[in-house]
Design a protein around this ligand. Sequence first.
Ligand SMILES: [Zn+2]
Length: 190
Amino acid sequence: MSPMGAKRPPRNADSSTFRRDKKSQPMTEHPAPSLLAELRDDGHGRLLYRGSRFLLIRPETLVAAQRAVEAAAGPGAAECFAAGGRAGGARATAAVAGEARERLDRLLKMGRELGWGEFGVESWNPARLVITVKHSPFAEAHGRSQGPVCHLIRGVVEAFAEQLLRRPMQASETSCEAAGDLICRFEARA
Ligand SMILES: [Zn+2]
C-alpha cells in the first residue's frame, strides 16, 4: 500500500464540498473571464495565459501521432497519451484556486474554451467523478474506431479527479463518439 492509500481522509472532500446549493457561494459570484480573452501573444512565438504557455494544434496532428504510436507500440500507446493528459491536467488543476467543485467547473469551462469539447458533470462525489464530453476533437479527428480513442482527455480527467478529491483515482473512457456512441464519457473511481 502506498502512502497515498485510500485510508487517508481527503482534506478537501467534506460533504459540503459536494452541495451545489450553498447560499454563500452562488455560481455567479466570481464570473471567470474567458481564457481566450486573456491569451496573450508575446511577440516571440509564445502564447501565454496567466504566465502559462499554451499551444494551438490541429487535432489531426495529435491523432496522427497517436495512430503512429499505436502502430509501433500496440495497446500500450493509449497509456502514453493518458500520461500526457495527466501531466497537462495536473498543471491546469494546480493553477486554479478555490473550493473543489468550483475548481472543477472552472477547469471544464477552460477545456471548452480551449476547444477540447463540451464538458459536463454527470456525477461528483468523494469516490467518483464522471465527466461527459460532446464533440471531442480527438474522436472527430480519429474517425470510426472499435474502442475509445480520447486517451488525452481520459488522462486529464484522471488528474482532475486525483487533485480535487485528493486520493489516487483511475479513469476509463466508458463510451466514445469514435466508437459510435453519442458522447464520450469518462469515469474516474478511487
Ligand atoms: Zn472519446
